[in-house]
Design a binder for this molecule. Structure first.
Ligand SMILES: Nc1ncnc2c1ncn2[C@@H]1O[C@H](COP(=O)(O)OP(=O)(O)OP(=O)(O)O)[C@@H](O)[C@H]1O
Ligand SMILES: [Mg+2]
Length: 463
């Protein structure tokens, strides 16, 4: 009974051990418990071709035969014995008769075999068989658990290995991501820097255009100075003459009241004329922001010709105005469009300066074209434009004049394009050439795509 209890308690000693150690514990227990001469075990490992052999011997048998020899004899004896459990046999080994009994481990000895041997002829007695059977069962359960444990450990190791591999992969990916983030930040910084540079260049360009446009105005003003002086001088001398006449009439005896009243009226009229000239000049050259509005192009053109009249007369230019009645209004910046007209008139007059053999005729014409646009043309009888020059006249700084800057036409073209229009030149059938511009007059079309009006200065692309 004690032996049985000892066998049942064995698992407490081998928990967590390897299969071979479990079997050694069982073999030691059986050797002592059953007073055996030797006890042998062969362990089969799943998936492994070679089996493990273990042997425990009594002191006396240890001196009789070396362990490897006993193992090889038992191997031959019990090759198939596992299929016939608990069949004790009497064998002869080293001049000794011994009783040996194979006990299978697991179903049909699938896990191995234990072979117990004793010189006693009565071996195994009934209790001994029982103890052997219990020991084999305990060993089988232990082996099974050990195998499960080994499989579990293997699984845990596999898991650990896979986790480690995955961790390395994740770390690598993280590193790549971090590198990409750094690269991206660098690219963004470079883009921001480039954006800043573009912005600075745009600002510099806008500034340059602004200065250029200012120069156009100043140049135009210089040329206008003479005509302004003339325009204002006329009403001023009229005022002085009328005022003296009025004084004379009032000092007469009796005073000529009606005459004086008339001269005062004329004085007022001349004063108004001078004021008109100033108003028109201020409208043209005050530094205003572009302010697009629906406007009458005929009226704008008339204001420019009124201001240019003295200059034209001095250059003996004959101006003909053919302004179409009921011209639809256009949506645009009055001052900018007047700058364009003024430059066209000046260029035409300049082109006729050397003409002596024919009238210096200049025709300013407006009309509505077939594409719902208003067209303005300035035709002269000047020197004309050669085909080579025709390609360059709209370039900034192209000029053939000693006092010209060559930016009038380039700025004009920018202004007209900002009004969604077109500015171009054609040769006349006869002498001279004609400059044209056309801008849309359809309010709906303009409402759909507001003209990209910019300040005259900022639209001078060509400059
Ligand atoms: N009506 C014209 N007939 C012949 N040539 C012309 C005519 N208009 C312009 N040109 C030529 O085109 C050139 C450029 O004209 P643009 O108005 O751009 O500059 P500019 O008149 O020379 O100087 P500014 O900058 O003072 O206007 C002129 O110098 C001239 O050679
Ligand atoms: Mg010009």
């Amino acid at each position: 009974m004690n032996d049985l209890l000892s066998l049942i308690a064995l698992p407490a000693f081998w928990s967590g051990n390897e299969p071979s150690q479990i079997i050694l514990i069982v073999l030691d227990a059986l050797l002592g418990m059953l007073n055996l001469d030797f006890v042998y075990a062969r362990l089969e490992s799943p998936g492994e071709a070679a089996s493990v052999e273990l042997l425990r011997m009594s002191e006396s048998w240890r001196l009789k035969l070396p362990a490897p020899e006993i193992c090889s004899v038992l191997r031959i004896w019990f090759q198939d014995e596992a299929e016939k459990p608990f069949s004790p046999v009497r064998k002869r080994l080293w001049d000794e008769d011994i009783s040996v009994i194979p006990v299978p481990l697991g179903i049909n000895g699938g896990m191995g075999t234990i072979v117990a041997a004793s010189e006693r002829a009565s071996f195994p007695e009934q209790t001994e068989s029982l103890l052997l059977s219990v020991a084999a069962n305990q060993a089988t359960v232990g082996l099974h658990e050990a195998r499960l444990l080994t499989a579990q450990k293997q699984l845990a190791m596999d898991l650990d290995r896979r986790v480690a591999e995955r961790t390395v992969e994740v770390a690598t990916t993280n590193q790549e991501l971090r590198r990409e983030i750094v690269e991206r930040a660098l690219v963004e910084a470079r883009l921001r820097h480039e954006e800043q540079e573009v912005k600075q260049k745009e600002e510099a360009l806008a500034k340059a255009r602004s200065e250029l446009a200012k120069m156009v105005q100043i140049t135009s003003l210089g040329v206008l100075t003479a005509s302004i002086a003339h325009e204002i001088n006329q009403p001023l001398s009229g005022i002085v003459t009328n005022a003296s006449t009025c004084l004379r009439m009032l000092s007469a005896d009796p005073p000529n009241i009606d005459g004086a009243r008339e001269t005062v009226r004329r004085t007022i009229r001349d004063g108004n004329r001078a004021a008109d000239v100033i108003t028109r000049l201020r409208a043209l050259y005050s530094k205003k922001e572009p302010s697009p509005e629906f406007m009458d192009l005929n009226e704008a053109a008339r204001e420019v010709t009124a201001l240019s009249m003295s200059e034209l007369q001095r250059s003996t230019v004959v101006l003909r105005e053919e302004l179409e009645d009921d011209l639809p209004s256009v949506f645009g910046d009055r001052v900018q469009l007047q700058q364009v007209i003024f430059n066209l008139l000046r260029n035409a007059a300049d082109a006729m300066r050397t003409v002596e053999d024919r009238p210096r005729e200049l025709t300013l014409r407006t009309r509505r074209d077939g594409e719902n646009r208003v067209q303005l043309s300035v035709k002269d009888a000047g020197v004309g434009i050669t085909p080579q020059a025709a390609e360059k006249i709209f370039d900034a700084f192209y000029t053939t004049k000693s006092d010209g800057m060559g930016i009038g036409l380039s700025v004009s073209r920018s202004i007209i394009e900002a009004h969604q229009g077109r500015l171009w030149a054609t040769a006349n059938d006869g002498p001279g050439c004609t400059f044209w511009f056309a801008i849309p007059c359809n309010p709906q079309a303009l409402a759909d795509g507001e003209p990209g009006l910019k300040q005259a200065d900022s639209s001078a692309d060509a400059a």
